[in-house]
Each structure stands twice: as C-alpha cells, then as structure tokens.
Design a protein around this ligand. Sequence first.
Ligand code: ZN
Length: 315
Amino acid sequence: MNLILGVKSMYLSLMAQETELDFSSLEACIRALYAARWPEGFRCPYCEHSHAYEINTRKLPLYQCSLCERQTSLIAGTVMEGSHTDLRKWMQTMQLVAHASPGISALQLSQIIGVTYKTAWLMLHKLRAAIDSFNGREEPLQGHVQINSAFYGKPYGSVIHEHPQRQPLLIGASIDMLGVPTRIQIMHIPKHHMNGTTVRGSGVQAFIRIHVDPVALRVECNTAHFSSRRFRSLLAVAAQASQWMNLTFHGIGPKYLQRYLEEYIYRYNMTAKQLPVWSNLIRLCASSPRTTYSALTGNRSGSSSKAYYRDNLAS
Ligand SMILES: [Zn+2]
C-alpha cells in the first residue's frame, strides 16, 4: 500500500495537454480520473481526511482513508459507478463527446471503442445527464439578453418542406457589444405553451424565469417568425444545433430532444468561455453521481432532462 500524496498540479497539466492522454494506458487513465476527481489531492468522502492508502488488488484502485479507514473506489460517486465498461473506454468517450465534430452517435461510438450499441447509448446518455445537471446549476443569462423562437428540424431556408420531427424551441443568449452570443440556453417548448406555431407568452415567461437573471440589464424577445426584428445570430445558433442533431444522429425525437440540446449548449458555452471542454467534462463526470437506466429513459419521475424545467413549464 502506498500513501497517496496530493496532485495539485496534475489537473492543471491535464488541462494544458488535454488531448495527449494515452487511451491505451489504464494507468494514465486512472491518474487522469484521480486528478479530475481530487484536484487538490485525496479527500475522504466520509471524513474529509486528506490522506489515503492505495490498494491495488483490483483492476481499479481502492483508496483507504488513513484516518477513518473506510474504502473508496476510484469510480464510486461518479458517472461511471456500477459500470463494467473499461475506464479507458469511458475516458475516450468523454474525449469524443468533448471534441468530435460534428459529434458522436451511439452507433459510431460502439464501433470506435468496441462495445454494444446499447452500452454506447447508455454511456452517452449518462454523460448527457451529467451535462444536463451541470447546465442547470450554471448562472442564469445576464447583461444584455436576447430571446428568439426557433424550430428544431426545419430545413432552414425552406418554408415548404417541414421536418417530420419539427419541434418548437426558444433560444436565449447573453449578447456582447458586437451582438455575438457569448452564452446560450435553448429550451424545447411543450405544446401547451404554443398557439399554433407561435410560442405563447406563458412559454416566454417560463424561459425567462428559469434562464434569465432577474436583474439582467436588458431583455429583448421576438417570437414572430418573419419579423424584421428577429435575432439572426440566435437563429443561426439554433440552426447549427439542428444541423448537428440531424447530421450526427439522423434526427432526434421529442422525448430526448432537450438532452441533446443540453450537450450542444454545454459545448457552445464552454467553447465561448475558452474553457478546455474535455478536462472539464472529465471533472464533471468525476463529480456527478451515476444515473440509472430507468432514469435515463424517463421511466422515473424527475429523471428526464431538466426535471425542474418540466415542473416550471407545467406551472
Ligand atoms: Zn475517512
């Protein structure tokens, strides 16, 4: 057993060299996850003591607190808890979700890392659940905020051919001095907040309540489809999100639409802030609890994407 020492600098170096992890090395993946989980060094989840002994009798190490002597596995309390999939495959999946352009589907992932389609689908949705939760904890949109209605699935530029899975959205963004969206939120709007193809005021109010800072400097909203005052930069982002979902996944149905939108929002906002997406995603997965299959498939109340969002929109 070896005493675990602090690894304060490791996460920083991981951020700096985030594409250089050797996915063939289990040891390197263990070190990377350890550093993401405990960037300030080991912290016992039971007593917060900062020293542990490493026990290497299993494939993944256990850490035994040197004070309370309770053991913690590397993946307990993370997105990967309970998974039998190799840590190297998980780490590679995080990298593909963070950086692959135009994204990665479950079918593609299953072929790249050599798992079944169902396993790949579950892994991706577990990551999306963690992302969804992270987005829900983010600060609301601040400063100058613009909101526009949009549609998922509509071929942009065409007013004749509609996508069979067309779904109404609201997209909102904090806008900088040059009119560029620096932070976005996109919400799939339920039918009871629609009047034909137009979002009702109740839908807009719900979006503002959930996503906009009550003391935002200025909030502008447009829900008229062909208004000359529509916010074209927001519509362009919504179109990119639609295109991503159509190209990568061949279209998304309404049940999971919000979860895919969250993945898009996460990458957009991270990139806009110039934050390293992959190392942030590893850290997020290392600090997010597992999600069960029934929760991912929405068979349990409060489990589907943005439970709070549904609750708020229903009110
Ligand atoms: Zn302890």
